[in-house]
Design a protein around this ligand. Structure first.
Ligand code: BES
Ligand code: ZN
Length: 897
């Protein structure tokens, strides 16, 4: 039976663990784990609650021995073990005691990729959030922090590298072909940050001199022969270290920082103290194998995990409900890092676009929750866009409110006060507000409320005064609570929704006159006491408002803009985000007014505006005043996900068709300009400067527009030719991948010969490169063609497809679920297919299965036919015996929200 944990029920752990000594004997078929733990009563507990016996977590462990105070214990006497919890009888009365356990685990057959497991020939660990209990008995919760030492004994040949957290104390040759090492981590930490790696790895080594002059050794461990592909990751690490010193005054605290790349990993990367473990797809990059986007991803994930050393490791979470304390804050920090390195305007647009495409749907769906959730069955289901991205957005509001100096002072106070502790989101806000010198109580409600606030704005101008009326609504403020009864009954729990209390947030805005001159700029702050706000300003002409500059608050703004007003903002808005936003709004309006039978033309002055940008870019060879990368973003048409959010019920196929028709029209109007610009943007040699990246981005955007003309016109395969040419001559992954997409995505029927040829070539060329191969699978699963589902089924049997690898699984199944016109096929075939695969995957990797089950997020928004089809798929999952609790949590909430 699935058990619900509530935030309100938090209690400190009755004991503290002074020391934890671990010893791992790695043998051919299993690993023997011996632990020695020194416990003492926790004053935070004993002062307030009745004494309780010590209970340790430990899932499916084979006990070899349990000792208490050096005496061997018997099951039923000294301890009781039910396969999940180990209860130590009689410990409630002990001031302190010494506990030893010896267990046997089998990492070789652990396909869940939690706890200790095998990735290729490497043994490694993943302990966040609750993996450590699969390794040994321990109070596996983040507020129990202890000093860990590790001894590892293994075969010298098979496992020449033996790594764990902290400093290497000793290395010994044991003579019999085995060797041992001892590690010590001087910093107390919770078990989720514990890590161990053993394998035959190559090493890329470097160093960093910290601001106080200490030398830190930097090691990146990889599979044999791959270290040269980790150079970019290493450079990124050094940049992140420098940036954190400069921007936050944070210096690294150990003499060694290690990163290990593994192929089998459930997530992107993990911040274990001094020993990060990374999905290899986020470490390896060469110009031939990595797109520009991959490079940026790598830099930001490396930075993210590094930044956790202070925001997460030195100061950690009191309980898992506080997850956004470390994740939201660290995402905010990695976002700022990326902005400083790749340009804030392009980064900001990307961030908000991700928020809209991923977080808003989650916040309107069955698994919506406040950034600090109130209850869960499995915390692993709450590593969400909401906790991460919305969590970061809330901190961005605080930073905006305090100003950068104030926020820095607040952060300084936070580090000063809580270093070495496990704390709460409230503690964080307290410190930020004290250090920052400004009251933040008005922003606290963001931690309690789910849903994306909708801001409805309207205005009047009476000849002398401009008045703006703002009203907020949050229809999804309440989160559905988890179900514990595993029944299939779907008694709808749709309750009447009480009106939620309002949220406070800043709305920076600017007003423009009809010539595009900025008249005024100021920030209006909603207080937590008002759902409506009126704002008046003297104005001799009717101004056009540009609202929520830089999208500083995670809300959606609705304003009845006329086309003319939007065109004005498109030309004149000085806020680079809102200029993009005006483009989005203009096109969204147009697209939502269309249907596949009746498509309308974009206005001439809109088309001419785009033409003038292209002409300028063409004349400047891509180096015009408007950076090419930004122009590429301006030319991005709102995706089906975003359009669907504005339509009830969403018609995914129709939206896709309309969007394609629109892009084709635009390309038709601008064909010559696009083509000349495409040629003008060609580069003679590969570079990774901002400008070179921007040129590639714009050029590939244009190629995609032009490729749509291919099939509308009788132009003799001209653009297939262009894309093929680009594919064949490209010396970098950005351009080859974009060309491959152009070749495969836009023809209505089966692939052209050129497309088939290029696809076959690509898989032959990259069969030895795991990450690139995943992208090859993903490209095909993401193709918006009716054949795609069948293609995916063929690809599952492809000799290079690895059925148990999460990257591979995601490259087919997550990508399918985001391929909206295909996933939401009227027959429901894709729903059924995904449900079946989720069930299969749940048997060996429930983390990945539960993640995939989030694909059904749109259930309640669908039309009746769609809901019926999706309900069948959800029921298929729920009716299966023995599904994991985490898959149950996601699926039951979806069906019965
Ligand atoms: N602490 C997480 C890793 C993690 C994720 C552990 C989920 C347990 C469950 C890590 O810091 C993280 O957030 N990784 C992200 C990438 C990051 C750049 C947002 C990931 O793995 O997706
Ligand atoms: Zn993180």
């Amino acid at each position: 039976m699935a058990k619900v944990t509530n935030r309100k029920d938090y209690r400190p752990y009755p004991f503290e663990v002074e020391q934890c000594q671990l010893r791992f004997e790695i043998q051919a078929r299993h690993v023997i784990v011996s632990s020695r733990l020194w416990f003492r009563q926790n004053p935070k507990y004993s002062g307030r609650y009745r004494p309780a016996d010590c209970i340790l977590d430990g899932t499916g462990l084979e006990i070899l021995s349990i000792r208490l105070n050096d005496r061997e214990q018997e099951e039923g006497q000294g301890y009781r073990y039910d396969g999940r919890k180990l209860e130590l009888t009689g410990t409630a009365e002990m001031q302190n005691f010494y506990f030893c356990a010896k267990v046997r685990i089998d990492p070789y057959n652990n396909k869940s990729l939690e706890g200790m497991y095998r990735s290729g020939d490497i043994l490694c660990t993943q302990n966040e959030a609750t993996g450590f209990r699969n390794i040994t008995f321990y109070p596996d919760r983040p507020d129990v922090m202890s000093r860990f030492t590790t001894e590892i004994i293994a075969d010298q040949k098979q496992y020449p590298r033996l790594l764990s957290n902290g400093n290497l104390l000793e290395k010994k040759d044991l003579g019999d072909g085995r060797h041992s090492v001892r590690w010590e981590d001087p910093f107390p930490k919770p078990a989720y940050l514990y890590a161990l790696v053993a394998g035959d790895l190559d090493l890329l080594s470097d160093h960093f001199i910290t601001c106080s002059g200490r030398e830190v050794t930097l090691h990146i461990y990889t599979d044999k022969g791959k270290t040269s592909q980790a150079r970019f990751a290493m450079e990124s690490l050094k940049k992140a270290m420098l940036w954190d010193e400069k921007l936050f005054g944070r210096e690294y605290d150990l003499d060694l920082y290690m990163i290990v790349a593994v192929d089998s990993f459930n997530f992107g990367a993990m911040e274990n103290k001094g020993l990060n473990i990374f999905n290899s797809s986020l470490v390896f990059a060469t110009d031939e194998t990595a797109t520009d986007a991959t490079y940026e991803n790598i830099a930001s994930v490396i930075a993210h995990e590094y930044f956790h050393n202070w925001t997460g490791n030195r100061i950690t979470c009191r309980d898992w409900f506080q997850l956004t304390l470390k994740e939201g804050l660290t995402v905010y920090r990695d976002e700022r890092f990326s902005e400083d390195h790749f340009g804030s305007e392009v980064c900001r647009i990307q961030q908000v676009s991700n928020l809209r495409n991923m977080q808003y749907p989650e916040d309107a769906g069955p698994n919506r929750h406040p950034i600090r959730p109130d209850s869960f069955i499995d915390i692993n289901n709450f590593y969400t866009q909401t906790v991460y991205e919305k969590g970061a957005a809330v901190i961005r509001m605080m930073a905006f409110h305090l100003g950068s100096e104030g926020f820095r002072k607040g952060m300084d106070r936070y580090f000063e006060r809580f270093d070495g502790q496990a704390v709460t989101c409230d503690d964080f806000v307290d410190a930020i507000q004290e250090g920052g010198g400004k009251d933040l109580s008005l922003l606290r409600r963001w931690y309690e409320q789910a849903g994306t606030p909708q801001l409805y704005a309207d205005s009047k101008w009476d000849g002398t005064k401009f008045s703006l009326k703002l009203r907020q609504e949050n229809p999804n403020a309440a989160a559905p609570s988890p179900h514990t009864e595993k029944t299939g009954t779907s008694a709808s729990r749709e309750s009447s929704r009480p009106i939620p209390p309002p949220l406070a947030f800043p709305i920076p805005l600017a007003l423009y006159d009809h010539n595009g001159t900025k008249l005024h700029e100021e920030t209006i702050m909603f207080s937590e006491r008002e759902t409506e706000r009126h704002y008046t300003l003297n104005s001799q002409s009717k101004p056009v408002p540009s609202l929520l500059l830089d999208h500083i608050s995670p809300v959606e703004v609705h304003y009845p803009y006329s086309d003319e007003e939007l065109l004005l903002l498109i030309s004149a808005d000085q806020d680079s985000f809102n200029r993009y936003e005006a483009m989005q709004r203009y096109q969204q309006k147009l697209l939502l007014a269309m249907n596949p039978e009746q498509t309308t033309e974009p206005a001439d002055n809109f088309v001419e505006r785009l033409r003038s940008w292209l002409t300028a870019q063409c004349a400047a060879g891509g180096d015009a005043a408007m950076p090419p990368r930004y122009l590429a973003q301006l030319l991005q048409v709102p995706g089906v996900q975003i359009l669907a959010a504005a339509q009830q019920p969403p018609q995914f196929q129709a939206l896709h068709q309309v969007r394609e028709a629109y892009c084709t029209k635009l390309a038709g109007h601008l064909e010559e300009d696009m083509l000349s610009c495409y040629h003008a943007l060609a580069q003679t040699s590969y570079e990774r400067s901002d400008l070179a990246i921007g040129k590639r981005s714009l050029r590939n955007t244009l190629l995609h527009y032009l490729s749509r003309l291919q099939h509308n016109r009788n132009n003799g395969g001209k653009y297939d030719e262009l894309a093929s040419q680009q594919y064949q001559t490209s010396d970098n992954m950005t351009d080859s991948y974009a060309a491959l997409q152009a070749l495969t995505h836009y023809s209505p029927g089966p692939h052209s010969q050129a497309a088939e040829g290029a696809l076959a070539h690509f898989s032959r060329r990259w069969q030895g490169d795991f990450s690139v191969l995943c992208r090859w699978f993903a490209l095909q699963a993401g193709t918006p063609k009716p054949q795609t589902l069948q293609k995916i089924q063929e690809l599952e049997n492809h000799p290079l497809f690895r059925q148990e690898n999460p990257n591979m699984l995601r490259s087919l199944y997550s990508v399918l679920s985001r391929n909206l016109p295909i996933f939401h096929d009227k027959s429901g075939a894709a729903y059924q297919f995904l449900a079946q695969r989720i069930l299969q995957i749940d048997r060996f990797n429930s983390m990945t299965a539960a993640g995939l089950a989030k694909a059904f997020v749109a259930y309640k928004q669908l039309d009746e036919e769609g809901q019926t089809a999706m309900a069948k798929a959800l029921q298929l999952i729920l009716q299966q015996d023995g599904i994991s609790d985490r898959l149950y949590e996601i699926t039951s909430k979806t069906l019965e929200q």
